[in-house]
Design a protein around this ligand. Structure first.
Ligand code: FES
Ligand code: FES
Length: 160
């Protein structure tokens, strides 16, 4: 089976990894790099549990071939907390009870991060649009929307 030697940046770290041709980015992260925070919900591009950032844009990692990631910058949920300190987005999700079973949470956190990076003050409609690809069976989404709003205001306060 053909193998690919890849050089990329994962969560800020220069990384080299060898993967079979058929491996997805999701498989590479979980099975080759032991980054199991990114979840496999459907492996079919439907649920968003596998969302990571690729060159600053959220993608369903189950739908991206690992071989396409040579030279890319990949950021996963593990990039959010720094030195055991949770990111304000993670704090906001805890404070608003937007985490229940938690399976969707890594993907939702990454979609939130991507939204706030490009739009620091989103409307509710913009928040709903940003997380439309992230299915959650537990929360009913209202607490997630509240968490994204809280994340945005915390970020704004931090920049004052
Ligand atoms: S696991 Fe990728 S979209 Fe569901
Ligand atoms: S918290 Fe359970 S699926 Fe979202």
């Amino acid at each position: 089976m053909a193998q690919h030697n890849l050089t990329l940046t994962v969560n800020g770290d220069p990384t080299t990894v060898t993967v079979p041709s058929h491996y997805t980015l999701l498989q590479m992260l979980r099975e080759k790099l032991a980054l199991t925070g990114t979840k496999n919900g459907c492996a079919a591009g439907e649920c968003g549990a596998c969302t990571v950032m690729m060159d600053g844009e959220p993608v369903n990692s189950c739908m991206v071939l690992a071989a396409e990631c040579d030279g890319a910058r990949i950021d996963t949920v593990e990039s959010l907390a720094q030195d055991s300190q949770l990111d304000p987005i993670q704090e906001a999700f805890i404070e608003t009870s937007a985490v229940q079973c938690g399976f969707c949470t890594p993907g939702v956190l990454i979609s939130t991060r991507a939204l706030l990076d490009r739009n620091p003050d989103p409307t509710e409609a913009e928040i709903r649009e940003a997380i439309v690809g992230n299915l959650c069976r537990c929360t009913g989404y209202l607490s997630i929307i509240k968490a994204v709003r809280k994340s945005a205001s915390t970020r704004a306060e931090a920049e004052v």
